[in-house]
Design a protein around this ligand. Sequence first.
Ligand code: FAD
Length: 582
Amino acid sequence: MMGRRRAALDAIADTFVPGCVERGVTEAFVRLFVTRLSAGERRRLDALLALFAARGFHRLPRARRERVLLAWGDSRVAVRRTAFEGLRRGLLVLSWSLPGAPWDELGYPGPLGVDPDAPAKPLAPIAAAGELRLDCEVCVIGSGAGGGTAAAVLASAGLDVVVLEAGGYFGPPDFDGAELAGLQRLYLDGGGTATDDQGVGILAGACLGGGTVVNYTTSFRLPDAVRSEWGGPFTSEVFSRSLDAVCARLGVNTDHNRLSTREAKVVLGLERLGWHVGRMPRDVVGCDQGRVCGYCGYGCRLGAKQSADRTWLVDAAAHGARIVVGARVERIFPGPVVEAGAVTVRAQKVVVACGAIHTPALLRRSGLGNRWVGRNLHLHPVAGALGFFDEEIRPWEGTLQAIHSDEFADLDGGHGFRYETTAAHPSLAAAFLPWRGSGEHEELMRGLRNAVPLGVLLRDRDAGEVRGGRPVVRYRLSAYDAAHLERGLEGAVEVLRAAGARRVVTSRGPRAPIVHSFHQLGTARMGGSPELSACDWEGALWDAPDVVVCDGSTFPTASGVNPMVTISAVAHMNALALAARV
Ligand SMILES: Cc1cc2nc3c(=O)[nH]c(=O)nc-3n(C[C@H](O)[C@H](O)[C@H](O)COP(=O)(O)OP(=O)(O)OC[C@H]3O[C@@H](n4cnc5c(N)ncnc54)[C@H](O)[C@@H]3O)c2cc1C
């Protein structure tokens, strides 16, 4: 990007965070985000920058530039708000994560650095390079919570399994806790994915092990009320046994709940209000629950997190499964034959486990599945509040998630929200904070070391959809769900105030809260009939039973709790059924 458009982009970046252009933020924005845009998105960005350039935005004084950006953010015109939000999120995240960011001013120590004594990586996957033709009984596409578990179950049942994973293989010796490197290597689209209106930022894993490598280790079983709501096998002993098997393999325990300084404040606030506090079940063994744990969203340097690449995929490999990384599957052809660039796999059965954004896209590209494919998207929207205290908190440290509150989990028919917290590193905090001018933004960020984050995790009743073979995510928070989220934000302010915060800022924007999704679910739902679901009760597509879905896409509705254990249990159950059929 050159010339006038580039000058406009530089001016926009400098308006959000003064001085960030000199630190290479726009350069990185173009390289990391703009190059990933679809042709249509790229055209819209070019048109926007041309408009800003034509109006001489870059020649305006800072105060005027800020007013222009805020007017776009508050605009009644949806495309203006979309443009503002896309630029806000991308530029702020880069401003605070690019090496050279003024972390000293925040008291943020920056990345941990690699640990020369980190535990070794246990797998030796094949790196897709050049032509590769493989034959097997089951080809598993995607290696996250669902795909990893399915591969382990199928290989342990004696089947010849090939796992194809689009992302790369990273483990403890690679993890240095750097936000930008972590986002780029481990997250879907470098953390830059969002809904088509930028209303919800979407975070998902995209490496060997998928979301289990970056997730916060919270390991809830599916609540009984949701099991009853889902019906079918979910009320059966079969599913209970799969839940037990998953929790056993992941070593789920409540012995790693040492409170960080930030969560001690949250507990204080909850207790003073008389609200529920629960201890978090976690899938960690030997977690330090301290400084290193706070960086775990960018990979666990200790190898304490029981991610799929340290559990299920190890089991699969021990039973002969071949694992290929850097293999993005383009299509499943009849046969079935799976094609991932120069890698071709001929199989008897195919397991699709690309996560709820990419599973429907792959099925669409392959001409598979009924009208339910892509529909019923649940995002568990998360908004939050940041409470500022007099004492130092260092919110980037300490156990990722040691406690939760279910006080409002059931406001109406099982729908409501849960309170959870996590370590707040600068770019994650910036992504959640509304931007109301560079001065206020800088002040909030400088206060981060004294801040306690509190997240509101919504069980969304209403759904969006994933369209197309190159996924476009459409999701609008319904008035029903928005009311619950608003209640959640009000309560979050109460908790932080009760704990003694002198100021609380929420992720409320002028028109809608800033929302992110850490859980994507439901886009190939299981069910009892093709009229109501994409897959049958064993995850097989109604119109192509050789293709079995084994990931978060299978959920009939939102689980309400963090879904990893449930996804693994569904994959476990579906893979056992598939193994019996093969
Ligand atoms: C930051 C973060 C924190 C989280 N914390 C928690 C938590 O504490 N507890 C919890 O329960 N849940 C948590 N989650 C959510 C949980 O990790 C995910 O819901 C879960 O991993 C999803 O499992 P999945 O099998 O559906 O997909 P994923 O685990 O996302 O795996 C899908 C895999 O498929 C690959 N893929 C996609 N397309 C293709 C293709 N075409 N070809 C080949 N491979 C492909 C992807 O690269 C990815 O590795 C968190 C998520 C995030 C992002």
